[in-house]
Design a protein around this ligand. Sequence first.
Ligand code: ARG
Length: 518
Amino acid sequence: MGIAYSCSPFNAIQDEKEVKLIMDILRGKRLSEFSPDAAIYTSSIDSDKFLVSSVIKINKAHMIMLIKRGIVDLEEGYNCIQALEDIPKDITMDPKLEDVHMNIEAQVIEKVGDVIGGQLNLAKSRNDQVATAIRMVLRDFILDIASSLNHLREVILKRCEENLTTLMPGYTHLQHAQPITLAHHLLAHHDAIMRDSERLMESYKRVNLSPMGACALATTGFKIDRNMVADLLGFDGLVENSIDAVSTRDFAVEIISDLAILMTNLSRFSEELVLWSTQEFSIVEMPEEYSSTSSIMPQKKNPVVAELIRAKASKVYGNLMASLSILKSLPYSYNLDLQDLTPNIWDSCQITLTSINVLKNMLEKVKFNEKRLMELVKNGMLMATELVDTLVREQKISFRISHRIVGMLVKKALNEGKSLEQAVKEDLINIIKENTGKSISIPEEVLRKTLDPIENVKIRSVKGGPSPDEVSRMVRERQKALEKDYEWIIKKRESLNFADEKFSKEILSIKEVIKTRK
Ligand code: ARG
């Protein structure tokens, strides 16, 4: 199947002026016109939409620097800056001009002519510019994602506070293991998500570095000031080696990896919500606003949001794999393969951001069925481990022998349809006698506590354990950490705003000088 040219922009009769412009700024006298199919195939304008305002800003910052270093005449530079300011954020881009960089340069040249506008790309290249723009958009995404994550953490911590004494079965292998509390379980999810926040904050510093001034790969003979441009654009430093600056996308792969791990955590949480909302578990009542029904089965309430979070995690893995594969055999420095990596970044960021937000909103409204949880705790054999520990404590029987004794007791109870409580009363002493020769008696109060799930949880007050006091301590600590993480975002945004102010002041002062000259 070929490309449908009939609906492509190339079918239109190109006006001569347009062809000349393209030939002048893009292909020079070096190459003849690009074949339309090749132009469409290689254009990046679709995903360049994300980059427009950053590319405009980079052009302006670079021009400020060229003016201040006396490389470009002040008035000419100012005309370029003004032409850049006139470009609308929703600029219509022409795929024949390949990408956002050439479209913006073309618009400036169209406005101020190529004697002045032709200076715009002096001492820079699309290679350093695109790497810089990606980093600027990505750092904003990181701050937005980190902020959403903080809100999600806040909701989980609130749900923990509400459920410090809500008992539930803890699972291993999806089999009843030991009693825990819902707060303890939810906090486990919180802590994984907290590490996702940490990872993003940690990665931010490798993203927020400026490649500008690397030019195509080998910098320039003009005495440019790379640090000045980095400063104006809010970067914390440079990607110093100019070849590294244009070649690497490891910062992007690092973020996609962070997001892949993050989505895995959201997916595991979502999977539990799906499982817990089944008739079989009935632990969770999903909010109607976040469920759908069936077009044929009117009784259905499907946990579709949670299902899709699970599915969308896979898409981020796909993006990660595609990005790694694009990079792995790429010779240094720039190759157009890198262009195809970029959409994977935006797709991953958007998927993750929307997934976090929808999970947070849904989680605020999820109802946990405490009665059902208690029923499950009572009906199971969850206190068997504590019974083993009681035998060790009270009767000085070694752990392994006690484990064997309680194993036999559980087997007998299950065979005879007894509860653990009943089996303890009727069979424990005999089993111990048969296996150890010991005649024992355990005080009733000790046995009562052993078989009481609340006591089981309370006694597990070891650091990180399920006792309400311990979980409450952990929640308070996490709340403090969360405050710090909110502050981190505020600080980063402040520093970007500060750079913006500096940037505006520089432009203002250029305008002032121009005014006084006139
Ligand atoms: N559109 C390109 C990208 O997204 C910009 C750099 C193109 N460089 C080049 N030499 N063709 O990566």
